[in-house]
Ligand binder design. Sequence first.
Ligand SMILES: C[S@@+](CC[C@H](N)C(=O)[O-])C[C@H]1O[C@@H](n2cnc3c(N)ncnc32)[C@H](O)[C@@H]1O
Length: 271
Amino acid sequence: MSATERWTEMIKLEHAQSESVRKGDPPADSWANFAAQFRADPRRTDDPLVNFLREQITPQMIVLDVGAGGGRFALPMALEAKKVIAVEPSPAMCQVLREVADESEVDNVEVVEAEWLDAQVPKADAALCCNVLYTVQEIEAFVRKLEEHAGRVMVVLYQAPPQSQVYPIWEMVHGVPRLPLPSLPEFLEVLGQLGVEPDVEVVHVTRGRGFKSLDAARQQLARRLYLTPDTPEMERLQGLLPDILVEGDQGFTIKGAVPLEPRVVSWRPKV
Ligand SMILES: C[S@@+](CC[C@H](N)C(=O)[O-])C[C@H]1O[C@@H](n2cnc3c(N)ncnc32)[C@H](O)[C@@H]1O
């Protein structure tokens, strides 16, 4: 199996496993319940990834942010660049992005509400694609379109799938190991197959993401495990919480979880 086939196969298997435990139909906008978590101050200075990305942008640049979400990176980049074109298919995410742009008076972001492969956008100086690829099945077409639309491509991925901290809890609740999504190692294999030799930089973070309260932990974990109220699985999670969470200054984190550190994979496409 080639690297691109393996990438797609991992996503299909993970999605099939999600469907096997999900009760009811998938939501029309799978980000609707999570979009509020992607709201962030564009002028924050305590985010190492934003600080790293700011250094890559100059005031003359037009930047594409593909899968921009609620604008966590599109908006800080807009403060550095001439313009940002934010491509984002989720209506809930686009709403958050537009609200934060309004509140923060950032007016040089154009939102294109579309999937990347359908988006009609001009060529830019740089394309950013941050924590998006884990579920992109048509990986070759997606990467090739990034290359066609930017002088420099910057893909941000974690060394492990974003939900990997929850994988051990999946097994405790559902009784089977969670099938992983692809992440950085598989992406580097894909790039190898496509003949791309990127630079890879690690951005060190000081703390991992946590939950503000026990209640927030219960709700967010339940969503990530596809649990509904009044089921044996939900009761199992409830019983596990005191053992799997630790409380710190910033709220609750999963015991033993290693903070996920972003990798910036960048290259200048051959023209
Ligand atoms: C984990 S969020 C990351 C959002 C933002 N880049 C960030 O880091 O805060 C992933 C985003 O990718 C978007 N996305 C998923 N598939 C996409 C596609 N095919 N084209 C464009 N965006 C996509 C989702 O809608 C979602 O907003």
